[in-house]
Design a binder for this molecule. Structure first.
Ligand code: ACO
Length: 438
């Protein structure tokens, strides 16, 4: 009988279970880690794999983003993040992720027109904002509003992944920006500023955030360019926690809006996108408590203390996050442009980075600043409040979520996400009637 390698031509790995060998086909990537295909493992051996956090598991094949965590490389559809951040507007990167190609001028123009056409919210949705309590976290509002889009635009929510981009995708990309700005206006008790057809994506967002009926907002091109760059830096990051949630929720046939709403909830956590808010909390705490940087680093190294350096470490990057490098420089450039000669939080952040990077604990564990370390300081300088930071991340990540949802939807190998477990609960035992329970 031919072995697996002879049959398929693919290289195999051998696994021995109970003295019996099993050949497992190796999956060949375009670049990066090869995979072991374990599709027949349980049926042939009765075994499942155990991989907390799925840290060693490739859950799909994907052609969207390539990440080399050892060498600090990030590419979308083959283009380096450095090139995209330096040369593109956010909507070009969104189209690149979603369609696979960078748009030409005409395609970009048409997409901008579509975005503007879809930017208004249904008036029925606007009343929702009134019923949220003061100080509601904008991420709660964002997630609820995005899932509500499936009720207000049911014909679009029925989208089956085959249609052209012109409805569901632009509707979501454009309306989520409006929802984000409205949730901020609600939180400060100001009237909503509607989106304008005269403005481009980032200008429109800044105008909705900072303009008011009594004072026009003068759009600063450097602030706009900074926002554009930060949205691009966040646009996709292959199988990160929230994207995995979007794919997982979508795998049951759930519509795009509901899948993205689940991704927003996943992003909110401080170990993921919520880290940008947590970084500012940490830096402010250091400033206000008068703790030295050495004390803070010591605290982060103490295994009996749950404190971690927020904005440090990454599941995949074992070197400097290339996005953090761009964010740091962009942060400096913006502060210089705004005439902020010294920001105590930036000073603390830079000293913290320097001290941690020189420390054996961080070096041995390969913990470097991640994208969230410098974004908060930059958003603060732009006038964006702390509780909006993770919303900014969500706006940036949206094209990635959409691209992955579509890829999942159109992948003939994709199945309902339904992992196994290692059961460690009670063995069978006799039922105890209620009167006999202690
Ligand atoms: N500060 C101090 N120690 C850390 C940190 C940190 N920020 N991050 C990891 N470590 C230590 C852990 O304590 C662990 O030590 P041990 O081996 O002695 O037990 C070791 O480094 C490995 O950490 P894990 O948590 O096992 O690594 P994992 O890949 O699961 O975690 C994570 C990655 C969650 C990002 C982690 O580095 C972290 O909590 N960072 C702070 C939160 C943060 O910045 N999150 C944003 C990530 S980027 C993003 O989602 C946009």
């Amino acid at each position: 009988m031919k072995n697996e390698q002879e049959r398929t031509g693919a290289e195999t790995a051998e696994l021995h279970v109970g003295g019996k060998p099993m050949r497992l086909v190796l999956e060949e990537p375009t670049a990066g880690d090869r995979g072991i295909n374990i599709g027949r493992l349980r049926s042939e051996t009765g075994l499942v794999t155990y991989d907390p956090g799925l840290a060693n598991t490739a859950s799909c094949r994907s052609a969207i983003t390539y990440l080399d965590g050892e060498n600090g490389v990030l590419m979308h559809r083959g283009y380096a993040i450095e090139d995209l951040a330096a040369n593109c507007v956010f909507l070009e990167v969104a189209l690149l992720l979603i369609t696979g190609t960078l748009p030409n001028r005409e395609e970009r123009k048409q997409f901008t027109l579509l975005m503007n056409k879809n930017s208004m919210l249904h008036e029925g949705m606007i009343q929702f904002f009134d019923n949220y309590p003061e100080n509601s976290h904008p991420m709660a509002i964002l997630s609820a509003m995005v899932v509500s889009l499936s009720s207000f635009y049911p014909e679009i929510a029925r989208f089956n992944g085959d249609l052209p981009l012109d409805e569901t995708v632009t509707n979501l990309l454009s309306k989520m920006r409006t929802i984000a700005a409205f949730s901020y206006k609600k939180s400060i008790g100001e009237p909503f500023v509607y989106p304008s057809h005269k403005l481009y994506y980032c200008e429109n967002f800044l105008n909705m955030m900072f303009s008011s009926p009594v004072a026009d907002y003068q759009i600063d091109p450097v602030v706009e360019a900074t926002l554009n760059k930060f949205l691009i830096l966040h646009a996709d990051h292959e199988q990160n926690a929230s994207t995995t949630v979007v794919r997982g929720v979508g795998s049951s046939g759930t519509n795009l809006y509901a899948s993205v709403a689940a991704g927003i909830s996943s992003l909110w956590g401080p170990l993921h996108g919520g880290a940008n808010q947590a970084v500012i909390g940490m830096l402010e705490d250091i400033r206000d408590s008068g703790k030295s940087i050495a004390q803070v680093v010591l605290q982060a190294k103490d295994r009996s203390n749950p404190f971690r350096l927020m904005g440090f470490g990454h599941r995949v990057y074992k070197t400097y996050d290339p996005r953090a490098r761009i964010a740091k420089q962009t942060c400096r450039d913006l502060l210089t442009h705004l005439g902020i000669s010294s920001d105590p939080l930036l000073d603390i952040a830079m000293e913290l980075e320097e001290t941690a990077l020189a420390d054996d604990y961080f070096r041995e564990k390969k913990l470097y600043p991640n994208v969230d370390f410098y974004t908060g300081i930059t958003y603060r300088a732009m006038g964006i409040p702390t509780n909006m930071f993770t919303v900014m991340f969500a706006l940036g990540r949206l094209p990635g979520w959409i691209a992955h949802w579509l890829e999942m939807h159109n992948d003939p190998e994709q199945k309902l996400v339904r992992p196994r477990q290692i059961y460690v609960g009670q063995k069978p035992r006799p039922f105890v009637p209620i009167d006999e329970r202690s």
